[in-house]
Design a protein around this ligand. Structure first.
Ligand code: DMJ
Length: 544
């Protein structure tokens, strides 16, 4: 009896539900298409809003480090002030044209006047130039442009996309850029976006060794390595250039996961044998074994060494382990890779299977600045030696510019017999608006105040202005030895993030972003030194 009543009750409920659904359907049919569309849109907006609230969850408050010198640096000297103004005008030209022709795209084609992208950014329009340029706009006092970029990020920057990106590039340009913008401006949105992106990168670390894949799909989390890398390897300069940003992420979120990921990489590297004390550029993330024995301070290796030094600097010089790894690494590099040419130029070659290739890449020119930056605190008081070495690298790289028709440096140059600091192969004669030589001039300027560095920096700025500037922005050139340049029609995002920022700093006073308070990531995004004495990251998340 009771069962029959229950069945009857259920039947009535189903009937009532059906009737209600029917009524709702009839009601819908009475509505116009537009009304129905508007209703669907309202529902969608509600879901998006709810997701946003979830994603934009407030992060725990942390003591913000002492932010010294985020503006200023006004030169007293008229001539220097004019030069600085000129660099700012170049930034305006690069930005305004990107704003007009490439807005939201990753980069700009200044001649075709349209957006441009490469596979490092994946298939999605992530506004790489906006994110990379923000802090440069900020320190140059271009606040309306900064706000415009901020608005785009608030409204459009979305990492829930089916797109496979380079973990390294996205880390140094996006996470680094967002964190620097956050520290400079104090705007929470940048921190939130940086953390959202970092969460999307974490699946790249799901490998048998914990050495991350080079690429990860932001939606599926599936990772893989570059097809061209030796024996399916990950690249030293890629998995070794995460430390600064990841430590800041742990600091800002109170979540140790980021810190643990990069410390795991460090521990693994410490345990490995190093041929001749050198770190090979390739490491297989499945087997944990080195790939080809190729060591370079240029591409594939460069920023790994830079981040060892900068890990120490950003820890307020307390991360002694990182400093030791840096000292050991550069001692081996100096022994095996750094030589003097017949003409007396000091260069950094590349070590391939026990053989030294006497070739130096434009990318390796950053090392002049790195040696100078690491001089203070080096072993057995070798500070003078490393400052001198930095100055020699700056001189060599300046020669590589000076020996061209355009006074801009080639991608790679040789030291073979009669040929010194000159590119030989056609494919190595291009200049793509890279910053490394100017970066080195700036560090050397800060440490020595030798006027030659400002002079060399100005020569480079004039050459960029003369040969790379076009009406729609700035472009790389295909052959620096040809007096009639052919443009590659790409305005790289690092031109705004790095090249113009280092030039601007070169003609600013030292009180703008002083080096004892700020450490620049490898994409020139300044991050403050963390005074972690009371807030150790090494095991106690409760401290914040
Ligand atoms: C930048 O993206 C970074 O400096 C990176 O470390 C290597 N090179 C490019 C610019 O040349």
């Amino acid at each position: 009896m009771q069962k029959r009543e229950e069945e009857e009750r259920l039947r009535n409920k189903i009937r009532a539900d059906h009737e209600k659904a029917l009524e709702e359907a009839k009601e819908k049919l009475r509505k116009s298409r537009e009304e129905i569309r508007a209703e669907i849109q309202t529902e969608k907006n509600k879901v998006v809003q709810e997701m946003k609230i979830k994603e934009n969850k407030p992060l725990p408050p942390v003591p913000i480090p002492n932010l010294v010198g985020i503006s200023g640096g006004d030169p007293e000297d008229n001539d220097v002030r004019e030069k600085r103004e000129k660099i700012k005008e170049m930034m305006k030209h690069a930005w305004d044209n990107y704003r007009t022709y490439g807005w939201g795209h990753n980069e700009l084609r200044p001649i075709a006047r349209k957006g441009h992208s490469t596979n490092i950014f994946g298939s999605s329009q992530m506004g790489a130039t906006i994110v990379d340029a923000l802090d440069t706009l900020y320190i140059m006092g271009l606040h309306a442009e900064f706000l415009d970029g901020q608005r785009w990020i608030e409204e459009n920057l979305d990492f829930s996309v089916n797109s496979e990106v380079s973990v390294f590039e996205v880390n140094i340009r996006f996470i680094g850029g967002l964190l620097a913008a956050y520290y400079l401006s104090g705007e929470e949105i940048f921190k939130i976006k940086a953390v959202q992106l970092a969460e999307k990168l974490l699946p790249a670390f799901n490998t048998p060794t914990g050495i991350p894949w080079a690429m990860v799909n932001l939606k599926s989390g599936v990772g893989r390595n570059w097809g061209w890398a030796s024996a399916g390897s990950s690249i030293l300069a890629e998995f070794g250039t995460l430390h600064m940003e990841f430590v800041h992420l742990s600091y800002l979120t109170g979540d140790l996961i980021y810190y643990k990921k990069v410390m795991h990489i460090r521990k693994l590297l410490q345990k490995m044998d190093r041929p001749n004390g050198l770190y090979p550029n390739y490491l297989n993330p499945r087997t944990g074994r080195w790939g080809q024995y190729h060591t370079s301070v240029g591409g594939l290796g460069d920023s790994f060494y830079e981040y060892l030094l900068k890990a120490w600097l950003m820890s307020d010089k307390t991360d002694h382990e990182a400093r030791k790894m840096y000292d050991d690494a550069i001692e081996a590099i100096e022994k095996h890779l750094i030589k003097k040419s017949r003409g007396g130029l000091i260069f950094i070659g590349e070590w391939k299977n026990g053989h030294l290739e006497k070739k130096m890449g434009h990318l390796a020119c950053f090392a002049g600045g790195m040696f100078a930056l690491g001089a203070d605190g080096s072993r057995t008081d070798k500070a003078g030696h490393y400052l001198e070495l930095g100055a020699e690298i700056a001189r060599t790289c300046h020669e590589s510019y000076d020996r061209t028709a355009l006074k801009l440096g080639p991608e790679s140059f040789k030291f073979d017999g009669a040929v010194e600091a000159v590119a030989v192969r056609q494919a190595e004669k291009y200049y793509i608006l890279r910053p490394e030589v100017i970066e080195t001039y700036w560090y050397l300027w800060r440490f020595t105040h030798d006027p030659r560095y400002r002079q060399w920096g100005w020569e480079a700025a004039l050459a960029i202005e003369k040969y790379c500037r076009v009406s729609g922005g700035f472009s790389g050139v295909k052959d620096v030895y040809s007096s009639t340049p052919t443009h590659d029609d790409v305005q790289q995002s690092f031109f705004l993030a790095e090249t113009l920022k280092y030039l601007y700093l070169l003609f600013s006073g030292d009180d703008l972003l002083p080096l004892d308070h700020w450490v620049f990531n490898t994409e020139a995004h300044p991050l403050p030194v963390l005074h972690l004495a009371n807030t150790t990251l090494s095991g106690n998340p409760a401290v914040r």
